[in-house]
Design a protein around this ligand. Structure first.
Ligand SMILES: Nc1ncnc2c1ncn2[C@@H]1O[C@H](COP(=O)(O)OP(=O)(O)OP(=O)(O)O)[C@@H](O)[C@H]1O
Ligand SMILES: O=P(O)(O)OC[C@H]1O[C@H](OP(=O)(O)OP(=O)(O)O)[C@H](O)[C@@H]1O
Length: 235
């Protein structure tokens, strides 16, 4: 499903637009991002990496760039609406929302995991091709629904924001769709991975309208991140 958005109100000139805003996800991606940001020349105020700080918007050493720190899912929302012009989030988030306004030019190769289906180890083997409907606990309702629909199966979604692994044993759902990396969370909760829906890494994302209205600034940031990935220092 394509999420259409109202057209953002463009400033009269790029100069009126203020600093470019880079939306960064707090949590595990942020902890892997440090070296890439440094090589790309993003040097935010010292407290941006301190998750106990209550501040959410940070200046950087470059007066033309500010950083905001938001939840991973919200990076896509800020960028899709043009509130932030660029951002970094997992491909899982992009798959879930499928925002037409977001362009994802760069795979950052961090935050590697997969979106998978899992079921209780004790579940009797069954032939999924014979299902017409199935209950699924997930924080990815669109990904799950689309995936099962391609099999002709109607997914009844139980939408959770975390701890999906508890759902089958507590009678909430037969299956879960969640992120898996080492598999240790599934194992610790008596589940097994039965199918990989997608392999995931983190992406640099940009707002398509901002790329048209401020092509030099946004293009320069894409180039800096590309150089940083290639191991070159942008500064
Ligand atoms: N186990 C994992 N291994 C590697 N990458 C992961 C893993 N779990 C999540 N990710 C990636 O990191 C992103 C953010 O996940 P994280 O667990 O930090 O936040 P969250 O718990 O989904 O967010 P919030 O705390 O806002 O609810 C995910 O969208 C995914 O791309
Ligand atoms: O296969 P593993 O290496 O065990 O990783 C998978 C776990 O990582 C993620 O959770 P996270 O730790 O981010 O916690 P949260 O979703 O509850 O925030 C995901 O939702 C799984 O629970």
């Amino acid at each position: 499903m394509d999420h259409a958005l109202p057209t953002p109100i463009a400033p009269a000139t790029p100069e009126d637009a203020g600093p470019i805003v880079l939306a960064l996800p707090k949590g595990r991606i942020l902890s892997e991002l440090g070296p890439v940001l440094t090589r790309a020349g993003v040097v935010p105020a010292a407290d941006y990496a301190d998750e106990s700080s209550r501040r959410l918007r940070f200046p950087t050493e470059d007066p033309a760039l500010d950083v905001i720190r938001v939840r991973s899912f919200d990076v896509a929302t800020f960028v899709a609406h043009g509130a932030a012009q660029i951002g970094i989030c997992g491909a899982d988030v992009l798959m879930e929302f499928d925002y037409a306004e977001i362009y994802a030019p760069l795979d950052l190769g961090i935050g590697r995991c997969r979106v998978s289906i899992a079921e209780p180890v004790v579940t009797q083997p069954d032939d999924p091709t014979r299902w017409s409907r199935v209950t699924v606990a997930t924080k990815y309702p669109n990904i799950a629904q689309r995936h099962f629909a391609t099999r002709g199966v109607q997914a009844e979604i139980v939408h959770l924001n975390g701890a999906m692994e508890l759902a089958p044993s507590m009678g909430l759902s037969r299956l879960i769709v969640d992120l898996v990396q080492t598999g240790s969370t599934l194992k610790a909760n008596g589940l097994r991975e039965t199918e990989v829906i997608a392999h995931i890494t983190s992406r640099l994302v940009v707002n398509r309208t901002a790329l048209k209205t401020r092509p030099e600034a946004i293009g320069a940031w894409i180039a800096r991140f590309r150089a940083a990935l290639a191991g070159r220092d942008a500064r």
